[in-house]
Write a protein that binds this ligand. Sequence first.
Ligand code: DX5
Ligand code: ZN
Length: 217
Amino acid sequence: MQGVKICPSILSANFFNLKKDVYLLKKAGVDIIHLDVMDGHFVPNISFGDVILKSIASNSNMYVDVHLMVSNPLRHIEKFFLKNVLNITFHVECDDDILKCIAAVKNFGCSCGVAINPSTDVSKIKPYINFVDMVLVMTVNPGFAGQKFMPDMLKKVGLLRNFSPMLNIEVDGGVNNKNAGDISRAGANFLVAGSYVFKSGNILRAVKRLKRCCADA
Ligand code: DX5
Ligand code: ZN
């Protein structure tokens, strides 16, 4: 698919030297960082929140794609109404009213995404597709970096792409150079990659490889 964006998830970055990792992403031509917010309730882990986001967004001038893995997005969404936040995504499996969450994000004025877990049927998301800008298809169970990509989830991507040619479709979890081509051919136009980008030993090369896989797809 043309115009695929690579969005590295900084969950796998080196937090002791985050500035260097963000600089290397910039050098690799990345302009969107994926920020995984976890509340220790919707998912077992706790990651980071708006304090880290503020620091990255204001110092790096990168755009931020916020992925809220939280049970109650309505409690948190406003904290992410910050400069350079391009998109805010919450889960269709959360405990809050989805239409209220969509309204809250739209009220801020940025792009709004809704995410779907591997075990959730794509029909659950269909009622909201016309109200959101993006659907995030999880290709691992949320909460942990470094898991194995679930290829079956690409069927969901295909269904969503057929349903709506204009929708932004993001794939998140286990993305690497071996599956990036299939993911973009299935119809996704935003690819999140954490471990592959930050643990491969060469951030620049990893981003370039992912871009090439998508361009060739
Ligand atoms: C998982 C997160 C992902 C994760 C991706 O809960 O939503 O964004 O950081 O990491 P990798 O690419 O290692 O699967
Ligand atoms: Zn994510």
